[in-house]
Design a protein around this ligand. Structure first.
Ligand code: XMP
Length: 328
């Protein structure tokens, strides 16, 4: 392993603002020395690691950082807008927003196999990103939100070094990885000290293939919309009722299956929405928290009234194992 990939034993755990600011000052100096007047390209998904990496690089090199946000159509409600608002409007970043929704959904049309769906999303992402990179001149570096667990896990052969939606391997840029020696909790503390909002820094885990893994089977636009809208209602209600930060991960799934119901006095034949909520330390095992029944009823009412094409709401009571957290 590269020596610069080893966290020095003397490195203090960053738990508060003072330590975070000291780390930021040191890193900003090191980044300026490494990068000089060159330009850095960064795929900015809006996830915690890429967002903190972007905030770091904006502080260090300002407009010489070029962020690319690819909207693949599988993001949660309001996410692309938040990335633009925070990075372009508030932090003044140079941000290229790529609307690739049609491109991704057309490629995914009719594809039912979960692994094939993930593969298409990953490959298409790299293609879109590489196309954007090819349009730009003077890029010498590639920013990447690698964090310390990524390095440790890739050393142990658990997963490939790069996050989904991260580095296209065929782009031969030099890497810039300002948070690569930090653990996740430290990345969050540093992100806050860099001025990022809690909604970004304390986001729950979200898979790279996004809502694509929660719209099981072949993704259709209408069912994807049902996933997005029901997820937004669930998140809003959890936030309003003090469950955000108490429940580790929560989301909805809309399976590719219809059942009979009644709407406006007529027979309906529509999808169910499944609510998934879990607590876990490390995502290897998970339990289902006890939630107030009245709240579940209220969320059910809202989903049935507000989400098109849905006539049932279910709550997944399965722990992991036997169920995984995601459905695909
Ligand atoms: P499972 O479904 O395996 O999920 O119990 C464990 C945790 O990993 C997240 N997850 C992913 N994260 N890319 C990611 O970055 C993925 O393809 C992916 N699949 C699952 C999942 O949300 C859960 O937190």
């Amino acid at each position: 392993m590269n020596q610069s990939d080893v966290r020095p034993a003397s490195m203090e755990r960053i738990t508060g603002e003072t330590q975070a600011k000291k780390f930021i000052d040191e890193q900003v100096k090191a980044l300026r020395e490494q990068i000089g007047d060159s330009k850095v390209l960064l795929a900015l998904s809006g996830g915690v690691d890429s967002s903190v990496t972007a905030a770091f690089l904006i502080k260090a090199i300002g407009k010489n950082l070029v962020c690319v946000h690819v909207n693949h159509g599988l993001l949660r409600k309001g996410e692309p807008e938040e990335v633009v608002r925070v990075f372009r409007d508030q932090l003044g970043a140079e941000l290229i927003y790529v609307d690739a929704v049609d491109r991704f959904l057309n490629k995914l049309a009719g594809v039912t196999d979960p692994e094939e769906k993930r593969h298409i999303i990953g490959k298409e992402f790299i293609d879109v990103f590489a196309e954007e990179a090819a349009k730009l001149d003077g890029i010498k570096f590639l920013g990447q939100g690698t964090i310390y667990p990524d390095i440790l896990e890739s050393k142990d052969g658990i997963k490939a070094h790069h996050n989904v939606g991260g580095l296209p391997p065929e782009l031969h840029f030099e890497l810039v990885e300002p948070v690569k020696l930090l653990y996740k909790d430290e990345v969050r503390v540093v992100g806050t000290a860099l001025g990022l909002p809690d909604s970004m820094v304390y986001r729950q885990p979200f898979p790279g293939p996004g809502l694509g893994v929660r719209c099981t089977g072949a993704i259709t636009r209408d069912r994807l919309e049902a996933v997005r809208e029901s997820d937004a209602i669930l998140r809003e209600e959890f936030a309003k009722n003090g469950l955000e930060g108490k429940v580790w991960q929560f989301f909805t799934i809309v399976p590719d299956y219809k059942s009979t119901g009644i709407k406006d006095g007529k027979r309906s034949y529509e999808w169910p929405v499944v609510i998934r909520a879990v607590n876990t330390r490390d995502a290897v095992t998970a339990t289902v928290p006890e939630l107030p029944f009245a709240l579940l009823q209220h969320i059910t009412d809202r989903i049935l009234k507000e989400v098109k094409g849905v006539n049932r709401v279910l709550f997944d009571l399965s722990p992991k194992p036997t169920g995984t957290i995601e459905w695909e």
